[in-house]
Design a protein around this ligand. Structure first.
Ligand SMILES: Cc1cc2nc3c(=O)[nH]c(=O)nc-3n(C[C@H](O)[C@H](O)[C@H](O)COP(=O)(O)OP(=O)(O)OC[C@H]3O[C@@H](n4cnc5c(N)ncnc54)[C@H](O)[C@@H]3O)c2cc1C
Length: 371
């Protein structure tokens, strides 16, 4: 198999890179290890199946005022948006022996927006703009070998078969920590490898718990759905009602990945519902359905280094790739963005930068590994 550009990763960054290359008439093959596209973007209905009207188990918000490139893409793809619901009082739970406080929050600035249907709509819309035969899902890149003027990628499919793909250029649209797990020949220099390993994958230590209800009863009680808790197991809770009106609350656990794993999913869910009942009243104990996604337990997002928390990645001015590989490999995942690392907006800006780099190198005729 041969391609002009290999894109590793079919999250927002990889798909957006594919869209940009396609619009420039450059052929590419996008290789995605999971059997679905989207990466950390994951929208599911209450049964946990893919949908175009569901709940965001990964990212939900963006901020158009400070993320104009992502806002422009959302607009270009014709996606509708709506504001995060925050009308009503906020709850603060300080201690288990104290009644939670209610207070009126100040207007949120900048306003968080959500995509109608879920952020998965971004992925669906991008997928439609890319030729289907350019995408390989359920296919994992294991190794990259630099030989002459091309890169050989060793890939394996979920059925266990192994193949080789040759590319003139590679865009790695994956978190740097996952890229550091690949085998490189020649080996990656130690400075580059260290930098990849030290770059925390944003939100990888986290999880989201959803409870879906017949109606948003907390709104009737004058509550916005937003809560902060020092008691747990959820530390931050928000209204997750969809644009179409499916009522839900979601929370980010304050309990760490190891403690969540030790508790087990059903005990964790029970304790989340107990907390919802404490904060929003007894009706909250009886949702129509619950959803839970623990990103720390997903090896295509988190490494063992991500389990115990991590800082927000910072923009770096230094190059992401050095040595021979810098002529053939660009990093395009969100964490490598120079402006919004870790965010969806970062995936868009990093993909744009990686595509620019690759196009520039494709236009250079005289490329050798030692230049
Ligand atoms: C719980 C949670 C909440 C979040 N909330 C927000 C939010 O509200 N707003 C916001 O802007 N951002 C948020 N984020 C961050 C946002 O999801 C990411 O910035 C964005 O989705 C990253 O996109 P990406 O394409 O760079 O990486 P990813 O989505 O991680 O995609 C990388 C892809 O590469 C694939 N892959 C990995 N290794 C290989 C391999 N060897 N071979 C082939 N494929 C491989 C993976 O399967 C994955 O599909 C949140 C993230 C999480 C987890």
């Amino acid at each position: 198999m041969q391609t002009e550009v290999a894109i590793i990763g079919g999250g927002l960054a990889g798909l957006y890179a594919g869209k940009l290359l396609h619009s420039r008439g450059i052929s590419f093959t996008l290789i995605e290890a999971r059997e679905r596209l989207g990466g950390r973007i994951l929208t599911r209905d209450e049964e946990g199946t893919p949908t175009d009207d569901g709940f965001d188990l990964g990212p939900s918000w963006f901020w158009p005022e400070i993320q104009p490139r992502l806002a422009a893409l959302v607009h270009e793809l014709g996606l509708a948006t709506f504001s995060q619901h925050n009308e009503g009082e906020v709850i603060f739970e300080r201690m288990s022996r104290e009644t939670p406080w209610r207070y009126r929050a100040t207007q949120q600035e900048p306003q968080s927006l959500r995509i109608a249907g879920g952020t998965g709509m971004l992925i669906r819309a991008l997928e439609k703009q890319i030729p289907g035969d350019s995408i390989l899902v359920g296919t994992r890149v294991r190794q990259m070998i630099l030989a002459a003027n091309e890169v050989s990628l060793s890939i394996s499919k979920v059925d266990g078969t192994a193949h080789t793909l040759t590319a003139k250029q590679v865009i790695a649209a994956v978190p740097p920590r996952l890229l550091a797990k690949l085998a490189f020949s020649p080996g990656m220099d130690s400075v580059t490898e260290q930098r990849w390993k030290e770059t925390a994958t944003w939100m990888a230590p986290h999880a989201k718990f959803f409870a879906i209800y017949e109606r948003a009863f907390w709104r009737d009680a004058g509550l916005s759905g937003t809560a902060q808790s020092l008691v747990g197991p959820l530390g931050e809770i928000h209204d997750a009602t969809t644009a179409s009106g499916k009522a839900a609350l979601f929370g980010f656990p304050s309990v760490g990945a190891d403690a969540r794993a030790a508790m087990g999913e059903s005990a964790f869910a029970k304790s989340c519902l107990e907390q919802f009942a404490r904060l929003y009243g007894p009706e909250a104990r009886h949702p129509r359905a619950t959803l839970f996604k623990d990103w720390a337990a997903d090896s295509l997002t988190a490494t063992s280094d991500d389990r115990n928390g991590g800082t927000h990645p910072k923009p770096f001015a230094a190059p992401w790739v050095n040595g021979d590989w810098q002529h053939f490999l660009s990093l395009g995942g969100s964490e490598t963005s120079g402006t919004e690392p870790g965010y969806m907006a970062g995936a868009v800006s990093a993909a744009e930068r990686a595509v620019d780099e690759v196009i520039q190198r494709l236009q250079l005729t005289d490329r050798t590994p030692n230049k």
